[in-house]
Design a protein around this ligand. Structure first.
Ligand SMILES: [Zn+2]
Length: 401
């Protein structure tokens, strides 16, 4: 039976208020320092409502008055900025041989940044879970000592993550159908904050969207340049995951039916012909060795070694074919290359750009720019914290303690 009512119910008021609080909070984040009058003028909320909402946000210590005033016609206006100092958002990135942990406050100020070695591929899921839980407990204890309330935790994993936080397949870790989210919540003994699990490329895209030099770009794609290649896709300002959460697996688009064999067993996938494995001589070496060998590739490229430059040109062209698929299909404003692509970017980018322009039907590749990430190897961990902050922005405000 369908029922409808025109009487507002208490729940409606609460929903409207939470939505309006989030609207004001987002406005302050994007426009601080700003006055109550600025907020009213831009959001369409009336001044009395804005004053009440701001008072609530100040009580929650999400916003504070600066003491600065702006003299306009009439009374001077007190300026507002984000506070959020009593809060922390935590992001963790699990990789094949290391775990990165990042904590930021509400304004994105970095509170902590740890990187620990970790036998991800060699150990079991249970061991990995215990290691991650141990790191999370230490981060939480550090935040508690600083009298900060933890708003949430997001763990990034290189693999297919279901919408329920289950790791369906993480090939480089050797994980399959691991209930990381549920098991971690149990291991942390109901920590009192939400725990989420997401794909590493998705989180890195969120980090770029909130903290990177292209922050706020509505149509942005992040390409991980690890052993695998995945895409985090932001369209019209929102991360797009697809029906079951498995979108963005651009690494397994076939570029060459006769190309090298991919780890997935198929031939000529993008990550087989444009991933870091296609740059290095030894595709099966450990990640620590990858970094060493990569340093050698950079040294040779700087010295103008023709063989190395040839390999990088080929890999750049193959990567450009993949970027052209993105440009034709999604029309992103910027494609950001992360991970191991970053040190190689000076040699990859010219070929990537030529190929992208040549293969995109829209003039000038539809305005698509290809750039190297500046967020470093911890981008996905930072994105984990960004996802927590995004949920605050969208209305999940911390309770007043
Ligand atoms: Zn493949």
């Amino acid at each position: 039976m369908i029922t409808s009512t025109t009487d507002p119910r208490p729940a409606d008021f609460a929903d409207v208020r939470a939505t309006n609080l989030a609207v004001v909070l987002r406005f302050v984040r994007e426009h601080a320092p700003c006055s109550r009058a600025d907020i009213a003028a831009s959001t369409g909320l009336n001044k009395a409502t804005v004053s009440s909402l701001v008072a609530d946000l100040i009580d929650r210590r999400l916003v504070r008055e600066t003491g600065l005033t702006e003299n306009r016609v009439g009374r001077p206006a007190t300026m507002l900025v984000l506070d959020g100092s009593p809060y922390a958002a935590i992001g963790i990135e699990i990789n094949v041989d290391y775990v990165t942990a990042v904590a930021v406050d509400l304004s994105g100020e970095r509170l902590l940044s740890w990187r620990r070695s970790f036998p991800g591929a060699a150990g079991t899921v249970g061991q990995a879970m215990a290691t991650v839980a141990g790191i999370v407990r230490r981060v939480v204890s550090r935040m508690t000592k600083q009298e900060r309330q933890v708003l949430g935790l997001t763990v990034g994993v290189p693999g297919l993550i279901g919408t329920d936080g289950t790791v369906r397949i993480a090939p480089n870790l050797g994980w399959r159908d691991a209930d990381l989210c549920g098991d971690l919540t149990k291991a942390l003994r109901d920590p009192g904050f939400p725990v989420q699990v997401d794909n590493d490329a998705n989180l890195a895209a969120l980090a770029e969207h909130r903290f990177g030099p292209h922050a706020g770009t509505a149509n942005l794609v992040y390409l991980t340049g690890e052993i695998g290649v995945g895409a985090g896709i932001i369209l019209d300002g929102r991360l797009r995951r697809g029906g079951q959460g498995y979108g963005g697996e651009i690494g397994h688009i076939q570029l060459d039916p006769l190309g090298a064999e991919c780890r997935c067993g198929r031939l000529g996938c993008l990550e087989a012909v444009a991933g870091i494995g296609a740059v290095l001589e030894h595709a099966t070496i450990s990640p620590a060795e990858v970094e060493l060998e990569l340093d050698e590739v950079v040294r040779l490229a700087r010295g103008g070694d023709p063989g190395t430059l040839g390999v990088l040109d080929t890999v750049g062209r193959n990567l450009g074919k993949g970027v052209a698929v993105l440009a034709n299909l999604l029309n992103p404003e910027v494609v950001i290359l992360g991970g191991y692509y970053v040190p190689l970017a000076p040699w990859l980018l010219p070929a990537v750009e030529t190929e992208t322009r040549g293969r995109t039907i829209a003039p000038d590749a539809g305005g698509c720019r290809v750039v190297a990430s500046t967020l470093g190897y911890g981008a996905a961990a930072l994105g984990g914290a960004a996802r927590v902050l995004d949920s605050v922005d969208s209305g999940r405000l911390p309770r007043i303690s």
